[in-house]
Design a protein around this ligand. Structure first.
Ligand code: HMG
Length: 419
């Protein structure tokens, strides 16, 4: 039996105790979780302008998430019911087939200086390419601390697009997300680029299309584990593969398919204090890389197995930004086991694939509402005042009622208690 069996039926305090025993959390993390400590007012006021207070969302955990042979607990921030349940369900089924594997093709961040009013773009392009070593050195001089950490500017390329001559700089930013590093370097090379191109720089800025930070997650699910009957399991796998094809050819479906993927990705990206707008923007651009917006994941059948695969740009960090400031983010990193950026990037892509699997499985079998109603019935039972043991009974009864609402839940609870 799993060490996390029935985890979601425990109280909040019990879940913290189990996590602590299993993950050996730092004492500070246990304190943050027990006292539900959030971002302090004085820090919040320094992070954003005109601040009035702080804004909370549920902070949850998905236990037993298997990636590259190692088990993780994933912290997730989401306001949407059934996301954490679905991800836990997906992680359980995929875990039984060996979990997820990942590989990282590269981890360089890209920025660009867009030049215009360049008299002779082809000549300017040659000049810039000829001066590559000097430009990379100037970029590194603009941000020496990243060079000391083993990172720094790596490559440079140019493209002429309409009236622009665009210079792309790729930088190894180590554990950072790199926005500040890139922007400082780009501004550091801008004047020299203007001089040798004899043009003007319109802007110098990081690109969120992190096409040199691609991460792939895969899983192979034994088809027989998808249902108790072999025929139903096969049918479910075939329908998941069909759903994946639909998301490749229909933009309406691709958008919802990808939204489901981001249910998981955003949950983990937000919990780890990363920039979810950057991750979303980059992934949606990647989804449209051949000119059509497509589903980001694919599911195919290979004999006895259902294969899931997804590649995404994943520009995330384990240091910098708001990461060190928010106690819940520190707790999230401790729950994760203090991963390096490469591992975190892999976990984020894998959680998206996991979430997608759970959503597709529900969609092609019971439909999405059944799971929602089940969870909603439980929440209504608790809202009506049911204890944990009463809640399961009331939830079951509620789902048979015509009106699944708070009033009915209260009536059922009164009847159960003999009032
Ligand atoms: P079920 O078969 O009724 O679940 O599915 P179950 O009660 O038999 O439990 C199975 C496992 O699910 C449990 O295992 C848990 O791991 C987990 P156990 O521990 O019992 O051995 N689980 C829970 N974990 C935490 N809290 C809970 C909980 N309940 C079960 N309360 C389930 C129920 C919700 C899992 C299923 O219906 C499902 O996966 N539905 C998909 C839900 C979903 O994707 N929601 C996201 C919102 S919809 C959306 O935005 C995206 C979408 O449009 C994307 C798209 O179109 O592609 C759908």
């Amino acid at each position: 039996m799993s060490r996390f069996s029935g985890f979601y039926k425990k109280t909040r305090q019990e879940r913290i105790d189990i996590l602590n025993q299993e993950r050996m959390l730092q004492a500070k993390t246990v304190e943050i979780l027990r006292k539900n400590q959030n971002l302090p007012e004085n820090i919040a006021g320094k992070m954003a302008e005109n601040h009035l207070g702080t804004f909370c969302l549920p902070f949850s955990v998905v236990p037993e998430f298997l990636l590259d042979g190692q088990e993780y607990s994933l912290p997730m921030v989401t306001e949407e019911p059934s996301v954490v349940a679905a991800c836990s369900f997906g992680a359980k089924i995929i875990g039984r087939s060996g979990g997820f594997t990942s590989d990282i093709q590269n981890r360089l961040m890209i920025g660009q200086v867009a030049l215009y009013n360049v008299a002779e773009p082809q000549v300017a392009q040659k000049n810039i390419e000829h001066e590559t070593a000097t430009i990379l050195s100037l970029a590194n001089q603009a941000h020496p601390s990243i060079v000391k950490r083993g990172g720094g500017a790596r490559t440079l390329r140019t493209e002429i697009k309409d009236q622009f001559l665009i210079v792309y700089l790729s930088v190894d930013v180590k554990e950072a997300m790199g926005a500040n590093i890139l922007n400082t370097m780009l501004e550091g090379i801008k004047d020299y680029l203007e001089e040798i191109s004899r043009g003007k720089a319109l802007m110098a800025i990081l690109s969120n299309y992190a096409s040199e930070s691609l991460v792939t997650a895969r899983c192979r699910i034994t088809i027989s584990s998808l249902a108790t009957s072999a025929a139903l399991a096969q049918e479910t796998a075939e329908k998941i593969a069909l759903a994946s094809q639909l998301a490749q050819i229909d933009t309406y479906r691709a958008t919802t398919h990808n939204k489901g993927i981001f249910n998981g990705i955003d949950g983990l990206v937000v919990a780890t204090g990363n920039d979810w707008r950057a991750v979303e923007a980059g992934a949606h651009a990647y989804a449209a890389r051949d000119g059509h917006y497509r589903g980001l994941s694919t599911w195919t059948i290979d004999r006895e197995e259902l294969l899931g695969q997804m590649t995404l740009p994943m520009p995330i960090a384990t240091v910098g930004g708001s990461i060190g400031l928010n106690p819940k983010v520190q707790a999230a990193f401790d729950i994760l086991g203090q991963p390096k950026a490469r591992t975190l990037a892999s976990l984020i892509v894998a959680v998206g694939l996991c979430q997608n699997f759970a959503a597709l499985r529900a969609l092609v079998t019971t439909g999405i509402q059944a799971g929602h109603m089940k969870l909603q019935a439980k929440s209504l039972a608790i809202l009506a005042g049911a204890t944990e043991s009463e809640a399961d009974i009331i939830a079951q009864q509620l789902r048979k009622e015509q009106h699944t609402n708070l009033e009915t839940a209260k009536q059922l609870l009164a009847t159960l208690r003999g009032n």
